[in-house]
Design a protein around this ligand. Structure first.
Ligand SMILES: *Cc1c(COP(=O)(O)O)cnc(C)c1O
Length: 431
């Protein structure tokens, strides 16, 4: 499989190069030159297949012969080796729980797949690769965990001091080894700026081979298709496909879902569930995407004012607006509505959501009100325990700490405190 740049000014590359580079040199995102069709038989037999088998069949056309089948099977097995159950919440709404991985958010799948592919591709490389990543919270932990002890890879994570939750901070600062955490006295946008500047800096480029591990990387983006197949595998009404609501920030996850649908997975409709950082609803009304400065919300992993993966959604629909509008709706849920949803879903249905899942639930709930007998799924993208402050504020009860987290919380934080100044970061990377 070849991948072209959405800006169309760089040459097409294979999966290996797209994974190692991250972004195309012309600053476009890599996109597969064709969308492979899944075997009809796979859809028919999906209820009898294991998650490993499904994942292997879905991803194989994208990696082509660049990873031997046996190796690829091992990679996907390690990627999806935790449960992703579909849990019924009420008569019309199900939750696909994607938070049972090592860092309790869905990003584990993409991070694990990417780290293993990168490790495989770099096995004969002389030069070490440095993965740079800025995080508002969840990405850092998933990447740290996914890349921990991967040979030939150093990971440098920048996170905004005091702006990530205690669990998130421990997840990205306590591993040590090849994982290095920088605590920046600034915001997430400042961290991202520093990463961008590092990529553009020749001196650093000479000294280090840099790549990025956010969802623009195809090896992190493509495996997110798995969730949607796993959801359908567990869906009780195979003849009546679900509406799927995806809590969205950078739009990588929902874009992977639409890709899965395009390749033959039955899905009735997609809803991009956003917090108040919602530029896509505007796009769906006016056909113009107007980036905004992100504001902070309870669902902090979705505080994105210029979703980088949206261009890939346009690409899937060949930039045909009517086609896109048929398949995708969008809905914006405020912070007050998010907390009210956490509370009402907990009281009425005894189901506890995190703030991101609550946005997904409420967007779906509103959509289904206009659909007679409609049924759907929202993706529960993080465990409530990662956001105890919001959940406690919503329900008036403290969140029970998971026993698996007790050990983590006792570990010592290892991070380098850094001024919000690119020169300090540069010095750090050069020495
Ligand atoms: C990253 C994240 C999202 C947003 O996913 P995108 O692919 O960026 O749209 C939603 N929920 C949680 C918990 C996340 O960590």
């Amino acid at each position: 499989m070849k991948y072209y740049s959405t800006n169309r000014k760089s040459p097409a590359v294979d999966f290996k190069e797209a994974t190692i580079k991250g972004q195309a040199p012309d600053k476009g995102l890599y996109f597969p030159e064709r969308i492979p069709a899944v075997d009809e038989d796979l859809i028919k037999r999906i209820g009898n297949l294991s998650n490993e088998e499904i994942a292997f069949h879905v991803i194989r056309p994208y990696t082509g012969n660049e990873i031997p089948e046996e190796k690829l099977f091992r990679i996907v097995s390690e990627t999806v080796n935790f449960p992703m159950p579909l849990v019924q919440v009420n008569d019309s709404i199900w939750s696909l729980e994607l938070f049972h991985g090592p860092t309790l958010a869905f990003k584990d799948v993409g991070a694990r797949f990417m780290s293993r592919c990168l490790g495989y591709f770099l096995k004969d490389n002389e030069k070490k690769v440095t993965v740079l990543v800025a995080t508002s919270g969840d990405t850092g932990g998933a990447v740290a965990n996914g890349f921990y002890l991967t040979e030939g890879v150093d990971v440098v994570i920048l996170y905004p001091s005091g702006k990530v939750s205690p669990v998130q901070e421990k997840q990205l600062t306590t591993l040590g080894g090849n994982i290095h955490a920088l605590e920046v006295k600034g915001t997430f946008d400042d961290c991202q700026q520093m990463v961008k500047k590092a990529f553009a800096n020749e001196e650093i480029q000479k000294k280090r081979f840099l790549t990025s591990a956010n969802s623009i990387n195809v090896a992190r983006w493509l495996p997110q298709q798995f969730y949607y197949f796993f959801a359908y595998r567990q869906w009780p009404y195979k003849k009546d496909p679900p509406v799927i609501s995806v809590p969205s920030g950078n739009f990588g996850n929902i874009c992977a879902g639409i890709l899965a649908q395009r390749s033959g997975l039955p899905v009735k409709h997609f809803i991009a569930a956003c917090n108040v950082n919602d530029v896509v609803s505007g796009y769906l009304k006016t056909e113009v995407l107007k980036p905004k400065t992100a504001v902070s919300t309870w669902s902090n992993a979705m505080d994105v004012g210029n979703p980088s993966n949206f261009v890939r959604i346009l690409e899937i629909f060949h930039h045909r607006f009517p086609d896109l509008k048929d398949h995708l709706s969008s809905c914006s849920i405020s912070d007050e509505e998010t907390l009210a949803t956490i509370n009402s879903v907990f009281r009425e249905f005894k189901y506890l959501t995190d703030p991101h899942g609550a946005v997904g639930y409420e967007a779906l709930n509103r959509f289904l009100k206009n659909e007679a007998a409609g049924k759907g799924i929202f993706l529960e993208t993080a465990h409530p325990v990662k956001f105890p402050e919001a959940v406690e504020k919503a329900t008036g009860r403290p969140v029970e700490i998971l026993s698996s987290l007790a050990g983590l919380m006792k570990k010592d934080k290892q991070s380098v405190l850094m001024e919000n100044d690119f020169n300090h970061f540069k010095e750090y990377l050069l020495y």
